[in-house]
Ligand binder design. Structure first.
Ligand code: ATP
Ligand code: MG
Length: 325
C-alpha cells in the first residue's frame, strides 16, 4: 500500500552535482519504496535563465542518466520531461489568476535572480514559482523532496493551492517539503550553495581526476592561512562533507585539524579519495545505462504517457471547479 504521491524536479542546466545528490536525489531514491514517485526534468524552468538553449537536449539526457544510475527505477517511478506534458502550461495560466503579484516580487529567489542576471529579468523568472506550483498540483503530490533553497517556493505553492481551494473547490492537494540530513551543500567557493549555474559544483559523474582537481580547489577555513595555523573544522566546507564520506575518522580529523597536525592539503587528499571511492559504483552503473542506445528516450516517452493521463484528469477537475467546462 503506497503512502502518497511524490513529485520533484530539477533544471536541465547541467549534470547533477553533490548538492543535488545529497539534498534531493537521495530522497528521490528512498521514497520510491513507499510512494508513487514522479520525477521531472523541468526544461521550461531552465528557459528562465538559459540564454542559449543549445545544451538543453544533451543536459536532459545526462540528468536522466544521473538519476537512473543513482537508483531511480523507471519501472516504479515516472521520469519525464516537463514540456512533454503541455497541461502544465494551462494550469500555470489558471493558477496565475489566484496569485498576487506582491507575493512573487517579494520572493528571495526572484530578487537573487534579478541580481544575478540584471539584463534578463524575464516574465518567466517572476512566474517561476507559479509554474512550479502547477507542476506539483497537476500530479496531486503531497510530498516534495527538495533542497533547502526550495523551501520558500514550497511555502508559496501551499498558499496558492489554499487560495485556489478556498475560492473554488478543494480539488488541489497541499504539499509538504521533505528534506534530507544535508539540505544545503555549499559550493567549492565555500560561500554560495552549490549550484550548476554558479559553476561551483562537483558533478557526481565526474572522473576521479576531475574530482581531485575540484576538491583541491575547495575553500576551507578562510582564517587558516598557514599550515601551522590551527584550523576550525566547524566552519570548514571540506569537514562538513567529511561528516558524510569520512564519518569513521571524523573525530580524529577534527582534532588533528584543530591542533594543526593536519593541513588543508592533506585533508583534501583524504576527502577526495573517499569521494572518488563512494562514487565509483555510481560511475559504473551510469556507464552501463549510457551504453544502451535509445534507453533514456524510451523511458521518457513511456513516462510522459503515464504523466499526461494523471495531468489530464487533474486539469479537468480544475476547469470544472473554475466553471470553465
Ligand atoms: P541551477 O543553478 O540551474 O538552479 P541547481 O544546482 O540549483 O541548478 P536545481 O536543478 O535547481 O539545481 O535543483 C534540483 C534539486 O536539488 C532541488 O531540489 C534543489 O533544492 C536541490 N539542490 C540544489 N542545490 C543544492 C545544494 N547545494 N544543496 C542541497 N540541495 C540542493
Ligand atoms: Mg536551482
Amino acid at each position: 500500500m503506497l503512502r502518497g504521491r511524490v513529485f520533484s524536479g530539477a533544471r536541465p542546466t547541467g549534470k547533477q552535482h553533490l548538492g543535488n545528490y545529497l539534498g534531493a536525489i537521495q530522497n528521490y531514491v528512498a521514497l520510491q519504496a513507499d510512494y508513487q514517485c514522479i520525477y521531472c526534468v523541468v526544461d521550461l524552468h531552465a528557459l528562465t535563465t538559459l540564454a542559449d538553449t543549445g545544451q538543453l537536449r544533451e543536459n536532459t539526457k545526462e540528468m536522466v542518466l544521473d538519476w537512473l544510475a543513482a537508483g531511480i527505477d523507471p519501472e516504479k517511478s515516472i521520469v519525464f520531461v516537463q514540456s512533454h506534458v503541455p497541461q502544465v502550461a494551462e494550469l500555470h495560466v489558471l493558477l496565475s489568476m489566484v496569485t498576487p503579484m506582491g507575493w512573487l516580487t517579494r520572493l528571495p529567489t526572484f530578487k537573487e535572480k534579478v541580481r544575478q542576471q540584471p539584463d534578463n529579468v524575464n516574465y518567466g523568472l517572476l512566474g517561476y514559482p507559479v509554474l512550479q506550483t502547477a507542476d506539483i498540483a497537476l500530479y496531486k503530490a503531497d510530498t516534495v523532496p527538495v533542497g533547502e533553497d526550495q523551501l520558500p517556493h514550497l511555502e508559496f505553492a501551499r498558499e496558492i493551492v489554499r487560495r485556489f481551494n478556498y475560492y473554488f473547490e478543494p480539488v488541489l492537494v497541499e504539499r509538504q517539503a521533505k528534506l534530507t540530513q544535508v539540505p544545503r551543500v555549499m559550493g567549492i567557493d565555500g560561500v554560495n550553495k552549490m549550484s550548476k549555474s554558479l559553476n561551483n559544483h562537483i558533478e557526481i559523474s565526474a572522473s576521479p581526476e576531475e574530482i581531485k582537481r575540484l576538491v583541491m580547489k575547495m575553500v576551507t577555513d578562510p582564517q587558516r592561512r598557514y599550515r601551522t595555523d590551527p584550523g576550525r573544522p566547524e566552519v570548514c566546507n571540506v569537514y562538513s562533507l567529511h561528516k558524510i564520506y569520512t564519518a569513521d575518522r571524523l573525530e580524529e580529523i577534527g582534532q588533528r585539524c584543530r591542533a594543526a597536525q593536519i593541513g588543508c592539503v592533506e585533508d583534501k587528499h583524504i576527502f577526495a579519495k573517499r569521494l572518488i571511492d563512494a562514487l565509483a559504483p555510481f560511475r559504473e552503473r551510469r556507464a552501463a545505462f549510457a551504453a544502451r542506445p535509445g534507453y533514456v528516450e524510451e523511458v521518457l516517452e513511456d513516462s510522459a504517457r503515464r504523466a499526461r493521463a494523471i495531468a489530464q484528469e487533474t486539469l479537468g477537475q480544475v476547469k470544472e471547479a473554475m466553471k470553465l467546462v
